[in-house]
Design a protein around this ligand. Structure first.
Ligand SMILES: Cc1ncc(COP(=O)(O)O)c(C=O)c1O
Length: 317
């Protein structure tokens, strides 16, 4: 028996196993008033199980051709140019936010002490990256009913230090994209849409997560699609994609696929910063910071106090 024959048999047996163990549950007819409607959960059939087994037989384990296919498919579905996989929605939020802190963004780089507008009632990891980095979250209240941002409070939350707005489309309901976008455009602010709850939702005919500069998704089981743990960052902006890819992949400057060398064609011929001419591009890390750049505890406390003050003021206003 060849390896291919054996694999075929394993996959057929997997389908048989699915039908025996899980099939009955998925085939249960829906009875209004009696059947339980789960707000979320894993919905799968034998094909998902076969894919899972197929991937295990390859034993590649890390990012590989399945991930690349998924990134392409997700980008095509959303109608954006780039999608990058990460290990969770929280990591996606962290990566999206950290992308905005790159020096490659010049004046628009989010620096420590800069302000990021978000909501007072939301998911913790929508704001955790802001706090972790040492920028200042400025909280705006939510509307009753949708639990989305009360966009009428945005102007009061703005200050000359504001650099970005980072918000979720809560529980799948789009926030007021028109008002938020107009505000961001007026003040030249980045917009990150935490789309973890809202993959597939549309605002004005266009997918949420694709209106701002960067969108994020979670593929944890309670969301619309699951891979167990998983997340993604998507954008239409090539520079933001370049930065996000670098930060996702250890801060490296090189964008070669794993096992591939010299994609840029000038691996040993360039000068990077103060490194010697010809320094190997594969080992240049452009998004790598010294610990001394990290905020001190004192500046962190100062940021928090100022954030609390600004939020209080904006609530009053
Ligand atoms: C709005 C929002 N953002 C971020 C996340 C975090 O996603 P993950 O659990 O994959 O880290 C969640 C998770 O439920 C979420 O609802």
């Amino acid at each position: 028996m060849t390896a291919d024959d054996l694999k075929k048999e394993i996959l057929e047996k997997t389908a048989e196993y699915f039908r025996l163990v899980h099939g009955a549950k998925t085939a249960e007819p829906f009875t209004p008033g009696k059947s339980r409607v789960n707000y979320a959960g894993r919905v799968f059939d034998e094909r998902e199980m076969q894919n899972l087994v197929d991937a295990s037989l390859e034993f590649w384990l890390t990012y590989g051709h399945w991930s690349r296919d998924f990134e392409k498919g997700l980008a095509a579905y959303l109608g954006v140019r780039f999608a990058l996989l990460v290990n969770s929605g929280s990591s996606a939020n962290l990566l999206a936010f950290m992308t905005l802190t790159s020096p490659l963004l010049g004046e628009r780089q989010v620096k420590r002490g800069d302000e990021v507008i978000t909501v007072a009632a939301g998911f913790p990891t929508t704001i955790a990256p802001t706090v972790q980095y040492g920028a200042v979250p400025v909280f705006v209240d939510v509307e009753l009913g949708t639990a989305n941002i009360d966009a009428s409070q945005l102007e009061a939350a703005w200050s000359p230090k504001t650099k970005a707005v980072m918000l979720a489309h809560t529980l799948g309901n789009p926030f007021n994209v028109k008002a938020v976008k107009a505000f961001c455009e007026k003040h030249n602010l980045w917009l990150i849409e935490d789309n973890c709850d809202a993959l597939g939702s549309k605002y004005d005919g266009r997918f949420t997560g694709t209106w701002g500069d960067i969108g994020t998704s979670s593929f944890y089981p309670p969301h619309h699609m699951t891979m167990g743990e998983g997340g993604a960052v998507y954008t239409d902006n090539p520079l933001l994609k370049k930065i996000a890819l670098s930060i996702r992949d250890w801060g490296r400057d090189c964008w070669c696929e794993s096992g591939v060398d010299n994609t840029c064609g000038c691996r040993f011929t360039k000068q990077f910063g103060t490194l010697p001419v010809g320094y190997d591009h594969k080992y240049v890390y452009s998004h790598f910071r010294r610990r001394s750049d990290a905020p001190s505890l004192r500046s962190f406390r100062r940021s928090w106090k100022s954030a609390r003050r600004t939020s209080r003021d904006s609530m009053k206003g």
